[in-house]
Design a protein around this ligand. Sequence first.
Ligand SMILES: Nc1ncnc2c1ncn2[C@@H]1O[C@H](COP(=O)(O)OP(=O)(O)OP(=O)(O)O)[C@@H](O)[C@H]1O
Length: 523
Amino acid sequence: MSLRSLFKINTFRAGLLVIIYLVYSYAGTTSAFLFRYALNSLINKSLSNFIYWCIAEILIAMVSSLLLAYGTYLFNKQIQQYIHAIRDKIIHHHYQNNNTKVAEIQNILNNNMKTLADEYAKPWLIILSSTLMIMMSSGLLLSMNWTLVVAVVITCFIVILLPRLTQKYTAQATRIASQKNAVFLKTVADWFSGLNVLRRYHAINRLQNVLNQSSGKLADANEKKQKALSTADGLNGVGNSIGQVGIILWGGLLFFHHQLDLGGWLVASNFASSIFDELWDVIDSITQIKATKDLRTELHTLTQDTETDTEEDASPVAISVKGLVITYEGHQIRYPDFTIKACDKVLLSGDSGTGKSTLLKAILGKLQPTAGSIEYYDEKEELIIPNYRQIGYVAQDGVLFPDTIANNVTMFQHYPESQLNKVIDSVELTNDLAKFPQGVNTTINLDNLNVSGGQQQKIILARAKLKRQNLLLLDEPTSAIDSKTSAKIIKSLLASDQTIIMIGHNLLPEVQKLFDYRINLSR
Ligand SMILES: Nc1ncnc2c1ncn2[C@@H]1O[C@H](COP(=O)(O)OP(=O)(O)OP(=O)(O)O)[C@@H](O)[C@H]1O
């Protein structure tokens, strides 16, 4: 997150931008400078000269305006390309690291990107354009009377020192506002995902209370951020006013000592005024850029390359659990010791809350043991450090994507049609698909779900079967499917040579018998 990376995203465009802004500021200041000659022509009652200078001024001002419009357009293009590249890296980062909440990702990709564009990238453009304007205006002031430049420099120091008093305060307020915004978005995501349930139980009051509280804190943080920025603005404004009046006074003194004509005095006052306005903009932009420091550091971490996929090896086929303890906020779950060998088909049972799902999550590396260990072995029965992504997993609440049923099964990989149909058949989905006009090419509508709970489970099971990983963990994979169909699906699942650990409730006795053995958890 640096000016250099913003520049480097398209070096040619960035170079062109600098040239455009150089010409724009030169044209802008020259146009303003010509006012001196127009005014002096007026004082000397020379109409033709007056019209000549006015036309010259207008033409140059028009060129300057057109250049500004084009420059702004180009700069926005540069920012969008820059933001796009950062978003891409952040998405990659979150793809590699699965421990971030959706609301946090939303906040980073949306709100934080907007902050980066508005409060980091755009201020750099203001700094470029204002610095050029200050340099051009100072040059023209120098051509009139060097003491004017000295007076401007002295007052500039006052203007520069004042904002330093508020920098830390604004940086902290901006960071807190961003954190509160993340909390607010998470609250909205958490509570609105269960909106239908809240409606069913008439829990509007609870929803309102929670959102009001979070929204109140966000409003408070935004108010404090605005207060900090306004205080900084106010201090900058005080310095600016001192500067402007000082130059008018100094120019007037030069006029009375016949060192400046009337046109020169007016133009000098205007230049001084514009120098202070531009300087104010520069300082304001620097304050904004510095206030985004924490955000940029955070984004910098997120855009660094992280672990890469190591799909090739480390695929476990067997596990051994010893002295395993998992702790949730002081609540401990102790597991018996057991070993699951390659190709074993294991039914994991036990009362509700005994830790079945927790065990699968621990095997998947999503939860770290407080004590004990889970050891993983490969096909050669050698101890390995597993690649957790090589373990197949069907969760209780499997995820579907707003794409076709076929793509939800293949997960966007290419498989022969016959293989896809076979797997669809093995999870008893063929008859369900016959009811959809577009069959396997039906797009799943997540907003208004067009597949039943049982069909969802079948699609997710087909996905796991097609991927065919050596070790497959299934968390009540057929809970929404009738017991007869469920029996057929489980029978087909267990016919593979994979190692399978399946959590199951209320399975028919003949289905239970299909497993090699059962691990029963108790409290
Ligand atoms: N994220 C969590 N934070 C705190 N406690 C949790 C968390 N997840 C589970 N627990 C607790 O751990 C215990 C085991 O939960 P787990 O979901 O593993 O049980 P289970 O045997 O799979 O239950 P069920 O058959 O009802 O699905 C429960 O008491 C549960 O409340």
